[in-house]
Design a protein. Structure first.
Length: 376
């Protein structure tokens, strides 16, 4: 090859290499919520069985690109994971953990001790020694299996009444009020590195908040490791007020623990009477059509209201990001939300960030835009 051809070929190769590099640089992965909030807090979703089994590839891709934390919506509740004293069902929980590992996600175990969806054998126990044995086996087996794989557990769920007193459960009856410390300590012993949370709804109500604070302080006095409080966010368009949400985040963080917003969904349809909370055991009759006002489509005006509500609460979460470890949506899309069937069956609700076709709603853009605005 003469010199002239050699240099022309070299220039051509260099040009091609640069253009390839530019092309690569141009391939920008679309940012999901996990990227948008990566410097602020984890952003998660509760997954149902179909989502864990990755039945719908479109939705699986969406989950992987939007969220960096997952919580099993149901499959780790005692009735499902430990239905009989000597039977454990790990098949689907294992798949959840594998899905999280594949997508580099935090896993929140939900939940070890809960009076609801409770395996029947617990309810038959009346002797405290037996209860300790059975709980120890329950926690050792489940937490032990996922040691190093599950990052945090909702150790106890919904132990408080709305007035802040301890709920009457078989655990309280048989073991007394320090049963919370007992089960947290069992979990800590099995996996000293796993984070341990107390999780409940209506945690913004002043009397429940006072009860929760008293309960955590008591656990701390007993030397119990409590890493955080999970505030379930089963909220609606107007309640709880931003002031109560903020006060709760601040007061819980003052205990020296993390705050997670664990079950966020914002209902846009009426609650029967003045009922609040998220007690799954309370149900109402279907009532009249006024109780299901948007069976076909959410009017734009309400869509905007929902977007504004999400923006307001995320603004608050960003303001207190130093206290907040994680924000988890209770479900992925509106069609799958438990809020369609509670507290009245068969209604059409729109509480999440993705619509029934997995499309991004105004509410989604409203929270993403908070970060875009702050970059300007
Ligand atoms: O899987 C069965 C199905 O086989 C059966 O045909 C069908 C008939 O009713 O029931 C299905 O089980 C349902 C399950 O959800 C899965 O969809 C249960 O009846 C139903 O009670 C259960 O509801 C769950 C509820 O907890 C009770 O465990 C909701 O999905 C779940 O979103 C909800 O989550 C709770 C949190 O764990 C704690 N905080 C409150 C929150 C909302 O209630």
């Amino acid at each position: 090859m003469n010199k002239k051809y050699f240099y022309s070929a070299l220039v051509l190769i260099l040009l091609m290499a640069t253009s390839c590099q530019k092309k690569e640089e141009k391939i920008v992965k679309p940012e999901g919520l996990r990227d948008v909030f990566k410097d602020n807090f984890l952003i998660g979703a509760a997954l149902n069985v179909n989502q864990i089994l990755e039945k719908d590839s479109v939705q699986s891709a969406l989950i992987a690109s939007e969220f960096n934390s997952v919580t099993p919506e149901n499959v780790m509740k005692s009735m499902l994971i430990h239905p009989q004293k000597d039977t454990f069902n790990f098949e689907i929980p294992d798949k959840l953990v594998a899905l999280a590992e594949k997508n580099d996600m935090h896993v929140q175990g939900h939940t070890l001790v809960w009076h609801s969806q409770l395996s029947p054998f617990f309810k038959e126990i009346t002797d405290s020694t037996e209860m300790v044995e059975v709980l120890t086996n329950h926690i050792n087996t489940i937490v032990g299996r996922y040691k190093g794989k599950i990052d945090a557990w909702d150790v106890v769920n919904e132990a408080l009444n709305d007035d802040g007193t301890l709920r009457k459960t078989v655990f309280l009856d048989v073991l007394g009020e320090d049963y919370l410390s007992l089960v947290f300590k069992i979990a800590e012993k099995v996996d000293p590195n796993v984070e341990l949370y107390y999780n409940d709804y209506s945690m913004t109500n002043p009397s429940k908040r006072a009860g929760a604070i008293k309960m955590i302080k008591r656990m701390q006095e007993l030397g119990t490791k409590v890493n955080g409080i999970g505030m379930q966010g089963h909220w609606d368009l107007d309640t709880p007020s931003l002031e109560e949400i903020e006060k709760s985040i601040v007061d819980y963080a003052d205990l020296g623990i993390k705050v997670a917003i664990t079950e966020l969904d914002v209902s846009v349809i009426p609650m029967p009477w003045d009922f609040t909370g998220a007690d799954v055991n309370v149900k109402f009759e279907s009532g009249d059509a006024t109780m299901n006002p948007y069976p076909n489509k959410l009017p734009d005006s309400i869509q905007v209201k929902l977007a504004n509500r999400y923006a307001d609460i995320f603004k608050l979460f960003l303001k207190h990001q130093d206290k907040i470890s994680r924000v988890t949506l209770w479900g992925v899309n509106d069609g799958e939300s438990w809020k369609n069937d509670w507290p009245i069956n068969g209604r059409t609700n729109y509480p999440l960030l993705f619509d029934r076709n997995n499309g991004k709603k105004k509410a989604y853009y409203s929270i993403v835009n908070l970060k875009a605005d702050s970059k300007e």
